[in-house]
Design a protein around this ligand. Structure first.
Ligand SMILES: [Zn+2]
Ligand SMILES: [Zn+2]
Length: 337
């Protein structure tokens, strides 16, 4: 195949804007490169560092994958191409803000009319299972339901499943109207059955398409994910996993007002933590940070789980832990690396 020239690309985009950013005279077409040869589109040659640098600079690329969408005139349409494609797929075309606003409005309408029945209809199944028994959807009416997207092949899922089980058992003992429905992202039915045999809650019968349909509906991009549905059938939060990691069973019933209360309590508690300390698992001094002072979502280096908001953070190397996971170094032992 003949390599398209930059002039060719630039004339296709009208104003030559792209060519101004490229230092070589051509783009290459798929060839021997292992990764790139699977792509059907042209590429900037691997050796053309200048072009890569100027494109990264121009579009302020900070993380990959990044997908920048340009207009037929060369002007910018979207810098968030990756997120938009994940979220809306092909429907997002032509990626303009008008099209995205339309899709967002559609989504809002869809979520506003959501009921548990409609939700489970998306899965195409007409019952759930618990151990070997069939359970009807009507048994969930009036309950807070956690839709649990997970798979046996995913190590963070195994870890979170055991935490969720202990929370679930606590809430059952307390007589709370809470149920979990496992939506398997396992690659085959054998994996599902094996994983589910150790779970105390309900599951949708295995089906790749039904799980995928629900995952698409909730825009699930990573697992494990715990979507909380309120007794009225509306989504309370997709952040059930994070809330459980932060507050354990106190997170129940996961409503915004309840979480705000917990948050205020945490803010108050954080005042009592030292602003910096030497942690038993790290060689640098850690500083207390909140979401407002440089913290953000993180993975706790002590317990490997997600965290959000308050944390102890190492400014030197990014090490970050939950407040509750910090153990102070005992004077006589000194810190480990
Ligand atoms: Zn932790
Ligand atoms: Zn450090």
């Amino acid at each position: 195949m003949e390599a398209p020239t930059v002039t060719g690309v630039a004339s296709a985009t009208g104003d030559g804007g792209l060519s101004a950013l490229l230092s070589t005279e051509f783009l290459i077409c798929p060839s021997g490169n292992k990764f790139y040869s699977s792509m059907p589109w042209p590429a900037v040659p691997f050796s053309d560092i200048n072009s890569k640098r100027s494109l990264s600079h121009k579009f302020q690329i900070e993380g990959i994958p990044a997908l920048i969408i340009l207009k037929p005139g060369g002007g910018l349409i979207q810098t968030e191409g990756v997120e938009i494609l994940y979220r809306y797929g092909l429907q997002a075309f032509p990626f303009t803000s008008e099209r995205i606003a339309e899709l967002e409005a559609e989504e809002k309408r869809k979520y506003a009319s959501q009921t548990l029945e409609k939700l489970l209809a998306i899965s195409g199944k007409d019952h759930m299972i618990k151990r070997n028994d069939q359970v009807t959807f009507s048994s969930l009416v009036g309950k807070t339901v956690g839709l649990y997207f997970a798979a046996q092949w995913c190590p963070p899922c195994l870890k979170f499943t055991s935490r969720l089980m202990s929370i679930y058992n606590h809430l059952q003992e307390r007589g709370e109207e809470f149920e979990v429905v496992f939506v398997s992202m396992d690659r085959d039915e054998a994996g599902f059955l094996q994983y589910f045999s150790g779970m105390p809650w309900l599951a949708l019968p295995y089906g790749e398409e039904s799980s995928k349909a629900l995952a698409r509906y909730f825009d699930i991009q990573e697992i494990p994910m715990l979507v909380i549905i309120g007794p009225d059938g509306k989504t309370v939060t997709k952040g059930g996993r994070n809330l459980i990691n932060l507050h354990m069973e106190m997170a129940y019933p996961f409503t915004e007002a309840h979480i705000r209360l917990l948050q205020e309590k945490m803010d108050e508690e954080a005042q009592r933590y030292p602003t910096s300390f030497k942690h038993d698992g790290h060689r640098h001094v850690l500083n207390l940070v909140s979401e407002k002072s440089g913290g953000g979502p993180y993975i706790c280096c002590a317990c490997d789980e997600q965290g959000l908001g308050w944390a102890y953070q190492c400014l030197a190397c990014g090490y970050e832990i939950h407040l509750k996971c910090g153990r102070e170094v005992k004077e006589d032992t000194g810190g480990r690396c």
